[in-house]
Each structure stands twice: as C-alpha cells, then as structure tokens.
Design a protein around this ligand. Structure first.
Ligand code: THG
Length: 374
C-alpha cells in the first residue's frame, strides 16, 4: 500500500532548519504544533542504532514555547500546571503537566523559568497558548501570553556532551539534568538546557534567531564529524523503550494526569492553586481505573500502527495499545498501552489484536531494560 504524501504549506509551518533537514535526507515528517517534525532519516531502526551509539542533531522546532511575562506570570504559570513551581528557580526546567478542571490532560510540557516574571512552557502537541491566554483574560491577570519564534535544536546521544563542548566550551559539562544556562555563540546568547526527548542524554538549544540557528547547526555538524554525528529526530523505538509519552498518542484529552502515570509530577499535597488539582486529589482518593503501562508483544515484528489496537483478557476489551514497534536490540515488540488497573501486574498475560491478527503479550516494567519479566 502506498503511504500518502504530506502536502506542505504555510499551515504546516517550516522551520529555519527545514532546508538543511531536507538536504540531509529526511524521509518522513509528521505535523506537531502545526509545524514539521522529522520522523525518519535513514530508517527508524538505523536511526535508533546510531542514536544509541553516536550523536544526532534534531530539528525539534515544533516544541513551541508559550511565554508568560509580567507581574502575574508566576501566578498564571502555577495555575496552569499541577506541578509545584515554587522550587522552579531561574535556570531550572520541570516536567509540568497541564490539566483541565476534571484533571484531564491538556499538555505535558517542560516549564522553564527565565526570570522572576518570565516563564516558558515548552509544549507538546496542543494549543496551550489559547488555554493560557483564555485563563489570563478570564481572571483579569496582568500578564502577556505569546508564542515567540523560538526553534529548539537538540543534540542527543552518548557523544552529545563532547560535541556541545566543542561548540559552546567546557561550561556545558557543568549544566545538570533539567537545568539550563545562557551561553554565547558568536556573541549571541542562547539558552542551552540538559533536556531532550531521549534517554541517551544531551542538550536542547533554544534558537531565537533563524540565521544564528543555521550557523549553529552547521557548526555542530562540523564539530560532530569525528563523533560520527548525523541528522536525527525523536526516535519511536528509543522513546518507547525509555517510556517517554507522546501526547496525542499515548496520552490524550481523555486521560487524567494520574492515568497517564504522571503522578510523580503532580504535587497533590502542595498548598498551591492550580487548575484541576482538586479533581486529581479526588481521583487519588477514589483510585484510578486505567493507567499507562509497558507491554511486550510476542511474535514477528508488528506492522506500522495508525490507530490504537485492542487489548483483551479472556472475553472483553481491557485497554488499547497506543504505540508499538519492533526493538532490534531486545528482539521483541515493545509497546505502550492504556490498560485497566486490574490487569497491570507485571507479567500479566494479555491479548493484543494487531491488524494482522491476535498476539499474546505481557505487562512489563517501563523503561524497558531488556530483562525478561514474566
Ligand atoms: N523538550 C522540550 N520540549 C518538549 C519536549 C522535550 N515539548 C514536547 C514534549 N517533549 C513534552 N513532553 C515531555 C515528556 C517527557 C520528558 C520531557 C518532555 C522527559 N521526561 C523524563 C522522563 O520521563 O524520564 C524526565 C522527567 C523529569 O525527571 O523531570 O524528559 O523533550 N524542550
């Protein structure tokens, strides 16, 4: 079957790096925050093996920033997320779920504090700027909400630190996980954070000038040549193994933050005012009925997935597989699923209905560490 092509226009926003990404041989894009996001260069498996072995540069411009600035920025930031932001001092990042009044997920961004009165939410794929501006307006807050032109560029992989050090100096080695520093690149100040949507380690550079970004990408490629740097993108195999959730796929507006397994990032005991926190407190007391989990799916490589696949136990449906792929390292299919809590014990046998038939599967720990868990 022919995969349809994607028609690209102004709505499917290009990035300052799109020309270089295409020259580097991008094979497929998806659309994320109304913007192009590469998904494959040399093939998902080849990209995966290279990402785990070497280092890649990713055009993740689609991780858009929702900026809050002004006297009420701190208050609005805290209203928007159920994560306690009182410890988010300048220079820190925090994974900060945004939910509605029912605790249902609107987004799962990274929050950054740039100044006392200035925050960024580095968002997943939903229109957070509208939700933030609507809340600010409804509450009469004195804060400006915008989506500035900032295009993150990621360096990910085991050699990322050495490559970044050649570009920015050894100071990058001192940046701790989920912290950022403002570093100079040819006299232009850039935010460099030790974050990224992989478990291989690395940095994200928040590029706020298209020309500087192009020069930066070129310099990273030159500095990375001895490390076998290559073009890359968030990798479906690597991120499933790492248990990194994809908003819109694994978790959606139909799931609460607790059902998404994000309880560790919900500060339900903190004395904070946050939209949806009371709903999550009630849900914690009542107990959740479904939750994200890992599955190992037996058999040959699963086909490409478009819609969720049914998960069943005995007679009836007990959940859905939201992301599944063959792992060339673990030599099994790895998957993330949303499953009823009665079936979440590690090792529980379930049945997955893939497009090419039923397969047995069992519940496993996330991240997938390669150990056989039965
Ligand atoms: N980087 C930036 N913006 C982003 C993403 C990113 N926006 C979209 C999307 N990714 C947001 N979602 C996530 C999900 C997981 C993580 C980051 C962003 C993540 N999680 C780690 C984990 O789960 O192991 C660590 C979380 C923690 O310890 O705080 O990194 O990637 N700029």
């Amino acid at each position: 079957m022919n995969a349809p092509l994607l028609s690209v226009s102004r709505r499917t926003r290009s990035t300052p790096f799109s020309g270089r990404v295409e020259a580097a041989g991008v094979r497929a894009y998806t659309v994320y925050n109304h913007m192009l996001l590469p998904t494959t260069f040399r093939g998902v498996e080849e990209d995966y093996l290279h990402l785990r072995r070497a280092v890649q540069v990713w055009d993740v411009s689609c991780e858009r920033q929702v900026e809050l600035v002004g006297p009420d920025a701190a208050r609005l930031a805290q209203l928007l997320t159920v994560r306690d932001l009182r410890s988010l001092t300048i220079g820190r990042c925090a994974y900060a779920p945004i939910v509605d009044d029912d605790g249902l997920l609107i987004n799962d961004p990274i929050a950054l504090r740039l100044a006392e009165d200035r925050y960024w939410f580095s968002i997943a794929d939903s229109d957070v700027a509208l939700w933030a501006a609507g809340n600010a307006r409804g509450l009469g807050l004195n804060v400006s909400v915008r989506e500035p032109d900032v295009w993150p560029l990621a360096i990910q992989g085991p050699e990322a630190e050495d490559v970044a050090a050649l570009v920015f100096g050894d100071v990058v080695r001192t940046i701790k996980f989920f912290r950022f520093a403002e570093l100079s690149f040819h006299g232009h100040s850039l935010i460099v954070a030790r974050t990224g949507w992989s478990a291989q380690g690395g940095f994200e550079i928040y590029v706020d000038d298209a020309e500087v970004g192009a020069a930066l990408l070129d310099e990273i490629m030159i500095a990375g040549a001895p490390f076998d740097i290559g073009p890359g993108c968030p990798n479906q195999i690597e991120r499933i193994e790492a248990g990194l959730l994809s908003y819109g796929n694994d978790i959606t507006r139909a799931d609460t933050a607790l059902e998404a397994g994000l309880g560790n990032y919900c500060s339900l005991d903190a004395p904070i005012e946050a939209i949806g926190i009371d709903a999550l407190r009630r849900e914690r007391t009542a107990g959740i009925t479904k939750r994200v989990c890992g599955l190992l799916i037996d058999g040959e490589r699963v086909p490409a997935q478009r819609d969720p696949w049914m998960v069943s136990a005995g007679s009836g449906s007990v959940g859905i597989v939201t992301s599944a792929i063959w792992s060339p390292r673990l030599l099994t299919n790895v998957a993330l699923a949303m499953v009823n809590v009665e079936h979440l014990t590690i090792g529980t046998e379930l049945v997955v209905t893939a497009p090419d038939g039923d397969r047995s599967a069992h519940v496993t720990n996330v991240p997938f560490d390669g150990a056989v868990q039965r």
